[in-house]
Structures are given as structure tokens and as C-alpha cells.
Design a protein around this ligand. Structure first.
Ligand SMILES: [Zn+2]
Length: 176
């Protein structure tokens, strides 16, 4: 509840049409779009070349670009922005999907979780209290620690015995 309220308050202060993270990405693409050269071929189709080597067909009506960034992400890629800027009058923000709009975000966080009184103010019930379910061990990963064999235990005991014997033997040697 606190998180929901915090996010909503934060976004109410944001005065851009799209959410902050996507806004930053679109602004970054806008800056890079200056290096692209767009040529209009008719309708919504453009040919966008980058650095004289790479060339892309951008369709603003279908909102597609072969770099696939536009199709997958939901906001215009560098090449799409170059095509949008070619015509002028078009707003880059109009090509961002509705799910990234600030209004959509606020609509999602509009339905707050209903507040609730503390446990001491809850109605008392005559029914017996709910008990946790009985525990049964579920099948899972094998144990990390291996089971030691019988002789390994014996060997350990022998070591102890032998060290005790050595101590006993040393105690019999007179100090010089
Ligand atoms: Zn592209």
C-alpha cells in the first residue's frame, strides 16, 4: 500500500506525457537521429540511411522498422525518429505506445488498496482459531552433505585414540 501510494505521488509530480524511463530512452534516440538521413518514398514509407552504410525501410503507418527495436519495444527507434522529423509537424511522443503514457500509469495506480483497521479492532469470532496445515516433507533436491561410511567414523575414532596414546606416552617421558 505504501509502495503504491509512493509511486502514484511520484508520478503526479512528473509533467511529461510519457513515463520517465521511456522518456529518457526516446530523448536518447532523438539525439542519435541527427546522424540519420531520411528520404520519403510515399505514404508512410521512408528510407533511412545511417553513415552511408546501413539502410532501413521505416513505415510510420504500420510503425515498423527492420532494426526490430521499434516493433518490440513500443517506442520509436532512431530510424523512426529520423522519419518522423523528416515530415515535420509530427510529434515523436505520438508514436509511443499507450502503455508507456503517464496517464495510463496513473490510471493503473488509481485504484488504491482499501485501508484496514488494526488487529485489535477486528470482530471477535466464536469459531476455533485456524491452525496451520500439518507439515509433510516434500520431495526435493538431494542433501548436500553425504552420509559417511562406517569405516570413516572408525578411522576418526582411531585418530583420537592414537593422539591420546601419544599424549600418554609423552607424559611418561621424564623432563630433563
Ligand atoms: Zn529502427
Amino acid at each position: 500500500m505504501r509502495r503504491t501510494q509512493g509511486r502514484r505521488d511520484k508520478m503526479l509530480k512528473w509533467n511529461r506525457p510519457i513515463c520517465p524511463r521511456i522518456f529518457k530512452k526516446v530523448e536518447g534516440n532523438k539525439a542519435k537521429a541527427g546522424a540519420c538521413v531520411a528520404m520519403w518514398s510515399g505514404g508512410g514509407k521512408f528510407q533511412v540511411s545511417v553513415g552511408g552504410h546501413a539502410q532501413y525501410i521505416v513505415d510510420l503507418e504500420l510503425r515498423t522498422c527492420p532494426c526490430s527495436a521499434r516493433d518490440l519495444q513500443g517506442w520509436p527507434c532512431v530510424h523512426a525518429i529520423a522519419a518522423i522529423n523528416y515530415k515535420g509537424g509530427l510529434n515523436v511522443m505520438d508514436f509511443v505506445d499507450d502503455c508507456y503514457l503517464t496517464t495510463t500509469y496513473l490510471k493503473i495506480y488509481d485504484n488504491l488498496i482499501l485501508p484496514m483497521n488494526g488487529m485489535d479492532m477486528w470482530d471477535k469470532s466464536d469459531f476455533p482459531p485456524c491452525l496451520p496445515p500439518s507439515y509433510s516433507k516434500q520431495p526435493g533436491r538431494p542433501r548436500k552433505c553425504r552420509n559417511k561410511e562406517e569405516r570413516e567414523h572408525k578411522g576418526k575414532m582411531k585418530m583420537r585414540a592414537s593422539s591420546n596414546q601419544a599424549e600418554t606416552a609423552l607424559s611418561h617421558i621424564p623432563n630433563t
